[in-house]
Design a protein around this ligand. Structure first.
Ligand SMILES: [Fe+2]
Ligand SMILES: [Fe+2]
Length: 369
């Protein structure tokens, strides 16, 4: 199976749903040229392009900005009220980059709806039309209905990750998971995964939706370690053969935990579930077949797992652990390229990360242990 195939088999669930909802709206409002949802991350205050269905104009993708930098969108998010603009040219100041962009795409009126999940702001849905005065009351009602359907689909997607994280966090607290696998490690490696994915977006035609899913699934890679005894996890010296086998079982334990939680939420068939299982189940596989637990090789290893593997190893090298100091970026990349040469990890993922050393430094600075 090629990388492209494995991506195709994951599909673009939400994107497809958005397209069909857009089609449905077009039958009532043929001028509706674009429906796009930007996802809000409350940890970083970033609003990121996520899914879109664009019939006219250039599709805006791989773009993000701080919500607090946009007074009009901040107001929409706070008020929970949709915003109607009947004539973009007359209403918006032409100096604002975003309104300039809207006009350049040929959009003349817009309807903007904030979305919430259990009261928490999750992002903004943009409806843009290529004529003025398109959004009459009847259409607004129809679009609010569509907005609700999209909010529900989004909630379902993110609940899968949230539930697995919440369940394992509770378990972690009980068993006092060893202290070096910190929250900061998980945040950094998820951000490195995101850097790699964004850099590879054009090469592999990755959508914002896919990149966001991988970013959110990445911190789950080692959840199976909650099933490994402290005497092995925290052992300062070398593990003997039996201990090493026990340690390696964290991968299958992790898959098992994730499957059970997904099953209890009736989410096993959700597209996101396959990606989560790939990340957990393949993050110790190597391209030459020397990894574990299944000795997968080459294209049998999903792209999401390859990216997570590189991000995880890179963070392990560049952070200090009880038995080692933190390596310099140079030394860490030398080691990653050595692994590339041995045929173990994906050169494209390593190149993608190596191209972004400024971003890496700021991630390290912001997320210290
Ligand atoms: Fe692991
Ligand atoms: Fe890790």
């Amino acid at each position: 199976m090629t990388v492209a195939n494995s991506l195709a088999s994951l599909g673009n669930n939400l994107t497809q749903r958005l397209h069909s909802l857009h089609q449905r709206a077009l039958s009532v409002a043929p001028a509706l040229s674009r429906v796009a949802f930007a996802l809000y991350d409350n940890k970083t205050d970033l609003l990121k392009t996520y899914i879109h269905s664009t019939h006219q104009g250039h599709a805006l993708t791989h773009y993000q900005f701080k919500l607090s930098d946009s007074p009009s969108l901040s107001k929409i998010a706070e008020s929970a009220e949709p915003r109607l603009i009947e004539n973009i040219q007359e209403t918006l100041s032409n100096k604002a980059t975003h309104s300039q962009w809207l006009l350049e795409q040929g959009y003349r009126s817009s309807y903007t709806v904030p979305l919430y999940n259990r009261g928490e702001f999750i992002g903004v849905l943009f409806f843009d039309a290529d004529q003025c005065d398109v959004f009459d009351l009847q259409l607004q009602k129809e679009l609010l209905l569509i907005s609700n359907l999209i909010a529900m689909a989004l909630a379902l997607e993110f609940d899968a990750i949230r539930s697995i994280t919440a369940s394992t966090e509770v378990a972690n607290e009980f068993i006092h998971l060893r202290d070096f696998e910190t929250g900061a490690h998980l945040e950094r490696m998820a951000l490195y995964t995101q850097l790699i994915a964004n850099q590879l977006a054009e090469k592999y035609q990755l959508t914002d939706e896919y990149i966001e899913r991988v970013y959110r699934a990445a911190p789950l890679h080692d959840i199976g370690k909650i099933g490994i005894p402290d005497s092995i996890l925290l052992k300062p010296g070398k593990l003997d053969q039996q201990e090493w086998q026990n340690m390696q079982s964290h991968v299958e334990k992790g898959e098992h935990i994730a499957e059970r939680i997904l099953h209890s939420l009736c989410l096993n068939d959700c597209i996101n579930s396959k990606l989560i299982i790939n990340v957990i189940g393949q993050h110790h596989e190597f391209l030459d077949g020397s990894g574990y637990p299944r000795q997968l090789s080459g294209d049998e290893i999903s792209l999401e797992a390859r990216m997570v593997t590189v991000a995880d190893i890179f963070d392990a090298l560049t952070s200090s652990r009880p038995y080692k100091h933190a390596w310099s970026l140079q030394d860490a990349f030398d080691e990653l390229y050595r692994m590339v040469e041995l045929g173990k990890i994906d050169i494209n993922c390593v190149d993608a990360l190596a191209a972004q050393q400024q971003q890496i430094l700021s991630i390290i600075k912001q997320h210290q242990d």
